[in-house]
Design a protein around this ligand. Structure first.
Ligand SMILES: *Cc1c(COP(=O)(O)O)cnc(C)c1O
Length: 374
């Protein structure tokens, strides 16, 4: 006997199977961002920071448009190899690697490795003899929305010593790099590290070492809900710093966010709306653990542009939170949306192409978002 049949007064609503959150990546916008980067940094060779968004369509779009790639693991090298990227178009910029990572990268044909410790120089000499190394400088205090924690990098004297040690161990002292912290809002942040780069080059000249390459790293900003300084201002700051070097070098950069963030839009669904003493809440099938982790990393300072497709004239402020029961799942506060927002409405989260899908987990059982190229 079906007990429930007696109390069902109205037919159940028709259930449509919703595909769940989707991250749409525009190939056209990725290529436009790469062109924009090249225009802002004439003569600088971009190596896209693979970790930012590893979707095969993103990688092959950038490869097709002529970008090189910065990697941090053998797994990223494998992904790139599948996308048709050659190992000589990759830089291994993670300064401390498990030794088998270095060995396998070298076996795959990657020949340039960053270092910031004597131990790592020794490991590279053992696992990838004869390869090229570039030293990572620390970049000091910074004004960036998603700061690095000051983990990596050495000072000028130590960078010099590392590259001298590299030569003694049969490696090629190849270059120098730094990374100013992600979503930098201050072009002047390039000044001090480039000053240090010049000092390293000068001191190395005195011991007969000339470097081939300077890598100005990543950290260049993308636009979220507010304007950011144009990339051209970062390009000018870089050019000013590079003009102080004692001799000409090849110049590389490792933009991640600046190439893919604005090309991505999340489409997600409102699963419920609730009025609580703390305000109006919209619960969505997308949250911090399924793509919007950078909201936590930036302490809420990274604010995605968010719209709903209802587009009602009457607006109401909503707090937006994901589908899990974790209290850290809230990804935006006081966002003005249609006042009559309701279950089933679609939300668009813009500038979502960088550091989103790659951070997504299966937390609480919810699947990570699908990524599609458009
Ligand atoms: C993550 C990373 C980048 C890219 O940083 P963005 O802020 O996305 O431009 C570049 N270089 C290194 C070494 C990195 O770790």
């Amino acid at each position: 006997m079906r007990l429930s049949s007696a109390i069902v007064a109205t037919p159940a609503p028709v259930r449509q199977v919703h595909p769940g959150p989707v991250l749409e990546m525009s190939a056209t916008r990725i290529v436009a961002a790469l062109e924009g980067f090249r225009a802002a940094f004439p003569g600088v060779r971009p190596f896209y920071a693979t970790k930012c968004n590893t979707h095969p369509g993103v990688l092959s779009t950038l490869h097709g448009a002529g970008s090189g790639f910065e990697v941090a693991s053998v797994q990223e090298i494998d992904l790139l190899t599948e996308a048709g990227v050659q190992p000589y178009d990759m830089l291994f910029s993670n300064p401390v690697r498990a030794r088998e990572q270095t060995a396998r990268a070298a076996a795959a044909g990657v020949y340039r490795f960053s270092v910031d410790s004597f131990e790592e120089v020794r490991r590279v000499a053992e696992e990838a003899p004869g390869s090229c190394v570039y030293a990572r400088l620390s970049s000091g205090p910074e004004d960036s929305v998603v700061p690095s924690e000051g983990k990596f990098g050495v000072d000028v004297p130590q960078a010099v010593s590392l590259l001298v040690q590299a030569r003694e161990l049969g490696l090629t002292p190849y270059g120098i790099t730094f990374h100013m912290g992600s979503q930098s809002l201050d072009p002047a942040a390039l000044r001090r590290p480039l000053h240090d780069v010049a000092a390293v080059l000068e001191r190395l000249l005195q011991v007969g070492i000339r470097l081939q390459m300077v890598d100005i790293g990543g950290g260049f900003p993308a636009r979220y809900d507010e304007p950011v300084p144009p990339l051209a201002e970062f390009g000018r700051a870089a050019a000013e710093g590079l003009a102080l070097l004692p001799y000409p070098v090849e110049v590389f950069a490792e933009p991640g966010r600046a190439l893919v963030a604005e090309a991505g839009t999340f489409r997600c669904r409102v699963i419920g709306v609730a009025e609580r003493p703390s305000g109006w809440w919209a619960h969505t099938d997308l949250g911090v653990f399924h793509g919007l982790m950078e909201v936590l990393e930036s302490g809420g300072n990274l604010r995605y542009p968010i719209h709903d497709t209802r587009r009602a004239r009457l607006r109401r402020a909503f707090h937006l939170t994901g589908p899990t029961c974790d209290s850290q799942d809230t990804f935006a506060r006081d966002v003005l949306l249609s006042a009559d927002l309701r279950e089933g409405d679609e939300l668009l989260v813009g500038s979502a192409g960088a550091y989103t899908s790659v951070y997504a987990s299966r937390f609480n059982g919810f699947a990570p978002p699908r990524v599609v190229m458009i």
